[in-house]
Ligand binder design. Structure first.
Ligand code: B12
Ligand code: SF4
Ligand code: SF4
Length: 376
C-alpha cells in the first residue's frame, strides 16, 4: 500500500477524521488577499498579522525550506450540548462550541506528532517536518481548501460535506513527495445567509470578515475595552461566536457526535453572575485546560459584564454594582456600561457614588457615559 493510504488509515485510527494532501508551492492569490486586508485595516487589533506574516503564511518554503508537500487534517468538534439551555431564572452566557472541550492546540499537536512519528518509521528517520495547529503563521484554511479537506464558505470558514464547518484544522509540512488531492469544486452558490446572520455586520462581503467587528475577536483577542457601539450586539456571547456557522444550511446536515476528541470541560451556558464574581482560583480550576483561558480572567469578566448588561434581568444589578469595585479597571468600566444599559434607580445611585470615588480616567469616562446615555 502507498504511504499516504497507510497514513490516512493511521490518522483515522487516532481520531484525525479528514486527511488531505497538497503541494507546498506558494499561494500568491491568498497572499495578495491577506496583504490587501491588512492594508484596508481589516486585521486591526491583531498586531502580529503583519505583511511579513502574510508572506510566510502563503509561502511554506519560508517555514520549511525543503518542504514539498502539506498534509492537512480536519477534526470535527460538534457535539450535543450536555444540558438544555436553562430557562429564565439565572442570567446565562454562551461559550462558542469550539471551546467546550480540552484545548485543541495541545490535543491536535500531540495527535499530529504521532503521524510524524508514523511517517518517520514508514519512510525514513531523515524526514524533515513542521507541525501547525492554529498558532503558527501557515494559511491553514487556504491549504485545507487546496488539499480538498473542504471548500471556502462566504463566512470564510472551511466547510466539509460530513461535518459542515465545525472542525479544527492542522497541518504537517514535509519534505517528501506525496500524491496530491484535487481541490473540491463545491461553492456556496447563491446563498448569503451567513452575511445577514452576523450580529455585528462583520462579514462585509462574501469571503471578507472585518476582524474589528467580529465577536470572536472582541471576546477573545481584544485585551482592552470593547467598542461601546458593538456591546449591545454581542448578546449573551462571552467567548467566541457561532452565529455565522449556526445559520449555515450546510451545517444543519453536519454529523453531531456524542463525544469529540476534546471531551467536555466547560459549561456551554455559564452562569454570568458566577463568571463576573469568580476568584483567581475558580478561574484556574474551571478554564486552565480549555481554550477559554486565552481570554484571561479579566477578559472573561469584561465579557460577562457586557452580557449581563444585555440580559435585561434586574437580578444582574447587584453583582454589577459590586463589580464597580473590581480590582481591574477593564471590569469596572464594563460593569458601569452594563448598569447604564440596564438602568433603574439602584444602578444610578451606585454609578453616582463610584463617580465621585473614581481615580481611573477610563472608568470615569465609562461611568459618565453610562449616566448620560441611559438618561439616569
Ligand atoms: C486570525 C484568525 C482569526 C481572526 C480573524 C478571522 C479571519 N477571517 O481571518 C478571528 C479572531 C476573528 C477569528 C475568528 C474565528 N476563528 Co480563527 N483563525 C485565525 C487564524 C490564526 C489566521 C486566519 C487568517 O490567516 N486569516 C487571513 C484571512 C485573509 O483569511 P480568510 O479570512 O480565510 O480569507 C481567505 C478567503 O477570504 C479566501 N477568499 C477571498 N476571496 C475569495 C473568493 C472566493 C470565490 C473563494 C472561494 C475564496 C476567497 O481567500 C482568503 C485568503 O486565503 C487561523 C489559523 C491559521 N494560522 O490559519 C484561525 C482559524 C481560521 N480560526 C478558526 C476558527 C474555528 C475560528 C472561529 C470559528 C472561532 C469562533 N467560533 O469564535 C471564528 C470564525 C470567524 C469567521 N467568520 O472567520 C479555524 C477555522 C476552521 C474552519 N473550519 O475554517 C482556524 C483555521 C484555526 C484552526 N486551526 O482550526 N480567527
Ligand atoms: S463569528 Fe460571529 S461576529 Fe464573527 S463573522 Fe461570524 S457571526 Fe459575525
Ligand atoms: S451560510 Fe450560505 S453563504 Fe454562508 S457559508 Fe453557509 S452556504 Fe456559504
Amino acid at each position: 500500500m502507498s504511504v499516504i493510504t497507510d497514513l490516512r488509515e493511521f490518522a483515522h485510527e487516532i481520531g484525525l477524521d479528514l486527511v488531505g494532501v497538497a503541494s507546498a508551492d506558494s499561494l500568491p492569490d491568498a497572499e495578495e488577499v491577506m496583504l490587501k486586508r491588512i492594508g484596508d485595516g481589516l486585521f486591526g487589533g491583531l498586531d502580529w498579522f503583519t505583511p511579513a506574516r502574510a508572506q510566510r503564511a502563503c509561502n511554506p518554503r519560508l517555514l520549511l525550506p525543503s518542504a514539498t508537500s502539506i498534509i492537512s487534517f480536519g477534526v470535527p468538534y460538534l457535539v450535543e450540548p450536555p444540558i438544555d439551555r436553562p430557562g429564565p431564572g439565572v442570567p446565562q452566557g454562551r461559550i462558542s462550541r469550539y471551546a467546550w472541550g480540552e484545548d485543541y492546540h495541545e490535543v491536535l499537536r500531540e495527535k499530529i506528532g504521532s503521524v510524524v512519528d508514523f511517517l518517520k518509521q514508514r519512510v525514513s528517520t531523515d524526514v524533515r517536518s513542521r507541525i501547525f495547529v492554529d498558532s503558527g503563521p501557515l494559511a491553514e484554511r487556504a491549504f485545507a481548501a487546496r488539499s480538498a479537506i473542504g471548500w471556502f464558505g462566504k463566512n470564510t470558514n472551511i466547510i466539509t460535506r460530513d461535518f459542515g464547518s465545525w472542525l479544527f484544522l492542522g497541518e504537517i509540512l514535509v519534505d517528501i513527495d506525496l500524491e496530491c488531492d484535487r481541490p473540491l469544486k463545491k461553492t456556496c452558490g447563491t446563498c448569503e445567509v451567513c452575511l445577514k446572520s452576523c450580529p455585528t455586520g462583520a462579514i462585509l462581503s462574501p469571503y471578507t470578515v472585518d476582524n474589528r467587528r467580529c465577536i470572536s475577536y472582541l471576546t477573545i483577542e481584544l485585551k482592552g475595552p470593547i467598542p461601546r457601539e458593538l456591546r449591545p450586539l454581542m448578546g449573551d456571547r462571552v467567548f467566541g461566536c457561532d452565529a455565522c456557522q449556526e445559520a449555515c444550511p450546510v451545517n444543519r446536515k453536519a454529523q453531531v457526535r456524542k463525544r469529540s476528541l476534546f471531551g467536555l470541560l466547560v459549561d456551554p451556558f455559564p452562569d454570568l453572575i458566577q463568571l463576573l464574581m469568580m476568584s483567581d482560583e475558580e478561574y484556574r480550576t474551571r478554564f486552565r485546560a480549555s481554550p477559554v483561558h486565552r481570554a484571561k480572567k479579566r477578559g472573561l469578566q469584561r465579557n460577562a459584564a457586557v452580557a449581563l448588561g444585555n440580559c435585561g434581568d434586574p437580578s444582574a444589578v447587584l453583582p454589577l454594582v459590586e463589580a464597580l469595585g473590581n480590582e481591574e479597571e477593564l471590569v469596572r468600566g464594563h460593569a458601569a456600561w452594563a448598569l447604564g444599559h440596564l438602568g433603574g434607580n439602584r444602578a444610578r445611585k451606585a454609578l453616582e457614588m463610584h463617580r465621585s470615588r473614581q481615580d481611573s480616567p477610563y472608568v470615569l469616562a465609562e461611568i459618565e457615559d453610562a449616566l448620560m446615555v441611559s438618561g439616569l
